[in-house]
Design a protein around this ligand. Structure first.
Ligand code: FAD
Length: 333
């Protein structure tokens, strides 16, 4: 079994920053994330969006910000485990924690940082015939790289901000964009909806019935009018389903943590009710403080959590580890 000083549950922006900061404090760290790509919501939910409110970046795409965080996290060489869920966490009599992942990996750690955000990110599916069979073969739940849609006949499904934004974003480079929505009301800015009607074919009161393909890729979509049940076959080669995401907190719910709704309650030291377990970022609710689910807020919380965890492991160490100018001594080549 591998021994660590710190297990970071979740490789979103806050987990990645925490892994860097733990390295700065010379803690042997492992970071586990359920997604195939690190970056959490930045990569899974809005990679092409520009983020304007992270210090030091007047504007940066979410995907690029995630890549920078990964690069920074790598500086001290933590273990990265992706496409893997931390399923169980048990505290032993010596105070250390044993954790097991969905790939059967077992580790022991002195401390744990929960940076699990909204939980294991999973797209909401429609359940239409053929939908699952063609996932990543023409059926997508996010626009990760818009250039992948260049020249394609795209069907976007949904009526929220993301669906409308993606349709607008793809319209200039796709061969055609059709958007279907089950109602005639959109949960998107009025100006965006107005623009949408100019650049895309919009079919309200329409839903997806079936994804049709040749086994390798999508060729058609059968949609229906939910008022009349009349069906229309659309010639498409990419379908973007944007009806929201779910965050699954099931594993964490079973670890004996004090929770308030979907949040793990922490004090100002980012300590949970279990000594040695900390939380930061979207999953954390600091008792008595307003919750701002923002990247900037989470970075600060991660720095506090790691500093407190360092002192928990080594009471002789100082809480404040100093400025990053000293880090060259620690850097792994
Ligand atoms: C559309 C949209 C736009 C946004 N725009 C901005 C913005 O402009 N500026 C801003 O500051 N914030 C923005 N946010 C909010 C920001 O994305 C979040 O505050 C941030 O992602 C929180 O980071 P996190 O690391 O705490 O969690 P997340 O990004 O949610 O990452 C958590 C990761 O942990 C994984 N995970 C969960 N449980 C487990 C487990 N048991 N085992 C393994 N892995 C697990 C999840 O799958 C996920 O990958 C936006 C959010 C959305 C949805």
């Amino acid at each position: 079994m591998t021994d660590y000083d710190m297990l970071v549950v979740g490789g979103g922006p806050i987990g990645l920053y925490a892994a860097f900061y733990a390295g700065l404090r010379d803690m042997k760290t492992v970071i586990v994330d359920s997604q195939t790509e690190l970056g959490g919501q930045l990569v899974s939910l809005y990679p092409e969006k520009i983020v304007y409110d992270v210090g030091g970046y007047p504007g940066i795409s979410a995907y690029e910000l995630a890549q920078n965080l990964i690069e920074q996290a790598k500086i001290f060489g933590p273990d990265f485990r992706t496409n893997e869920v931390v399923n169980s966490l048990k505290k032993g009599e010596d105070g250390s924690f044993t954790f097991t992942t969905s790939k059967g990996f077992q580790g022991r750690t002195k401390t744990v940082l929960l940076a699990a955000g909204i939980g294991i990110i999973q797209p909401s599916r429609l359940g239409a015939k053929g939908e699952v069979d063609y996932e990543n073969k023409g059926v997508y739940y996010a626009v990760k790289r818009k250039k992948d849609f260049a020249g394609k006949k795209v069907l976007v499904i949904g009526g929220g901000d993301s669906a409308v934004d993606w349709a607008l974003m793809l319209a200039p480079l796709a061969q055609s964009v059709t958007l279907i929505h089950r109602r005639d009301q959109f949960r998107a800015h009025e100006s965006s909806v107005k623009q949408l009607y100019q650049v895309a074919k919009v079919m309200v009161f329409h839903e997806l019935k079936e994804v049709v393909g040749d086994g390798e890729k999508v060729t058609h979509a059968i949609v229906f009018d939910n008022r009349t049940k009349a069906e229309t076959t659309l010639d498409v080669d990419a379908i973007v389903i944007s009806i929201g995401y779910k965050g699954d907190l099931t594993p964490i719910m079973g670890w004996g943590l004090n929770m308030k709704g979907r949040d793990v309650v922490v004090n100002g030291n980012m300590e949970t009710n279990i000594p040695g377990i900390y939380a930061a970022g979207d999953i954390a609710q600091v008792n008595g403080s307003p919750k701002l689910a923002l990247i900037a807020t989470g970075f600060g919380q991660a720095a506090i959590a790691i500093s407190v965890a360092k002192k928990y492991i080594d009471p002789k160490s100082s809480l404040f580890g100093g400025h990053s100018s000293e880090m060259d001594k620690l850097k792994k080549s």
